[in-house]
Each structure stands twice: as C-alpha cells, then as structure tokens.
Design a binder for this molecule. Structure first.
Ligand code: FES
Ligand code: FES
Length: 151
C-alpha cells in the first residue's frame, strides 16, 4: 500500500537490523564516564534508553548505544541518532535535532524518510540526547534550548 512506500529503505534496514542497539555497563567504561539516560513519549508509551561512554578529558562520546520499547520508526531513529552522536563532544551532540536524524534516514534527500504521522517518533531520539547531556553535565534538562521541529 501507499503507506508502506513512504518509509525509506534506510528506515526499514535499521528497524529490522539496528547497528547501534545494545547496552553498555561500568565494565565497558574503564577510565571513561558511563551515562545512561531514559526518555519516554507519554503519548504512545514508547521508551528509549541511551548509553554513552564519554572521554572526560575531551567530553567526547566514544561509544553510543541504545535500547528501545519503541515503534519501528523510533528504533530506526534511535539507531541513527546513536550513530550521529559518536565521535562528537557532548555539546556538539546537543546540536543534533530530530530533523537531522530524519534527514540522515532519507534515501533521497528530497523525500522524507517516514510518513508525516511518524515524524514525532524521531523527537524521542532528540530528547534522550538532552537527557544524557543533562546527566553528564549535572544540569537540568530544561536548561537546553528546544530546537526541534516536529513535522
Ligand atoms: Fe511511539 Fe513511534 S509511535 S515512538
Ligand atoms: Fe511516539 Fe511521540 S507518540 S514518540
């Protein structure tokens, strides 16, 4: 049907076989700082957990993994989000928006990766970055500016 065609192959690929799904524990951390952040979308009950290993000397996210009780779009978005975080400083990761995640999931730069009704699912991937950064920095999540655009 038409709706099926509105999902990019990249979304289909990542929801079926996510690259960055998994968890990290203190045993993985060594000298690095482990951050574990949860975020939930109250409207649909979906939840995501983000794991970061951060080099405290440079604030660089060395490893980024996630787990999810989310829909397929949430899984694909979280998988891409985790990938976009890797190698960035925490401050640079904070600049990633849900639109960046969705654009990175497109097959064609001019065609949305998901149907419009599913754009909000990428917002959870954006919110959990803010949650993780707030834990790392020891500040309130609300202290970060909200820059995402829902659709
Ligand atoms: Fe819940 Fe997509 S419907 S995250
Ligand atoms: Fe699922 Fe918004 S309803 S993330």
């Amino acid at each position: 049907g038409a709706l099926w065609e509105e999902y990019s192959t990249e979304v289909q690929r990542r929801m079926n076989d996510p690259i960055n799904m998994g968890e990290l524990t203190e045993a993985d951390a060594g000298e690095d700082k482990l951050v574990i952040a949860d975020f939930g979308a109250e409207s649909c009950g979906d939840a995501v957990r983000l794991y970061w290993l951060i080099d405290p000397a440079t604030d660089t996210i060395k490893v980024s993994k996630f787990k999810s009780f989310g829909c397929g779009t949430a899984i694909a978005s979280s998988d891409m989000m985790a990938e976009l975080c890797m190698g960035k400083t925490v401050d640079d990761a904070l600049k990633i928006t849900n639109i960046d995640v969705e654009k990175a999931l497109r097959d064609d730069p001019d065609v949305p990766a998901v149907p419009g009704q599913k754009m909000h699912c990428s917002v959870m991937a954006y919110d959990v970055i803010k949650k993780a950064a707030s834990i790392y920095k020891g500040v309130d999540m609300e202290s970060f500016e909200d820059e995402f655009i829902i659709c």
